[in-house]
Design a protein around this ligand. Sequence first.
Ligand code: UTP
Length: 298
Amino acid sequence: MKVRKAIVPAAGWGTRFLPVTKVIPKELLPVLNKPAIHYGIEELIASGIEHIIIVITRGKHLLEDYFSRSFELEHALREKSLYEALSYLSPVCDPDCICYVHQAEQLGLGHAILTAKHLIGEEPFVVLLPDDIVFSEVPLTKQLLDIYQEYHANVLAIEEVPEHRISDYGVIEPLQMTERLYRVLDLIEKPRSEYAPSRLGIVGRYVLLPEIFSALEETLPGKGGEIQLTDALKLLLPNQPILGYRFEGRRHDVGTPLGLLKASLSLALESVDTAEQLHQFIDLSMRQRQLRKGPINH
Ligand code: UTP
């Protein structure tokens, strides 16, 4: 069965970006020249997804504004022949392919997914967390969909994470099947490093079978008092296979100010328009830093 739909949860508080997230959804903060969520929506479209459901909440209406067309602005730019500026307004997809559901209370990622249940029905679907931006030859969602088409099972994107960061992730107990594919034997949400069953952490892309919804309905609040997707996946495990795919690509976690900055820098260092000037700026900053610290003693 072709996977046509995706849920993009974007109803979180974004506390790590306060105070700006008092008024601006963190998903709209720019990574170099486009809002973070723009990259995720591009990835979904490039992977063949036709219907995107963004989960929002009170105060996140700017996301709806961002993905709707601004005919007045387009008209004004056309009148002034500002065609380059106009090109930046090309919609990432037909605005009709995106719809919105409201999560009334921030009860966690699992709850946000449940909020979109009525729009998914009995189909497999993708979940994309906009905090994870991945640059890869084959879009990450497409990599997971290829695995889904072969095995017809739930598929999670996984990545080897450093030991000191393991407690930030859902972690799998793996049984290796091929170089990149693992059968998931167990999952733990944000374990302390000594209890982590591996260093394979789940990152923000999933292909899920619709049975996840009943598992989510049975899931009690877990870590942080929130309904966790990892806990629902654990409930599903005795009845359905779950696979982990160690994807190809470079991931940036833009859910923190430092991560957002690193992602912007990384893109700017690759762009012909900005690389040269940025390199000069970094070289100069490094030299000034070295001067402040004094000569290196070998
Ligand atoms: P996070 O755990 O990163 O939370 O959510 P957050 O609110 O976005 O950010 P911080 O931790 O306060 O800084 C993971 C994903 O789940 C969504 C978020 O929008 C993000 O995409 N989410 C989380 C919801 O949609 N609803 C929730 O109730 C919680």
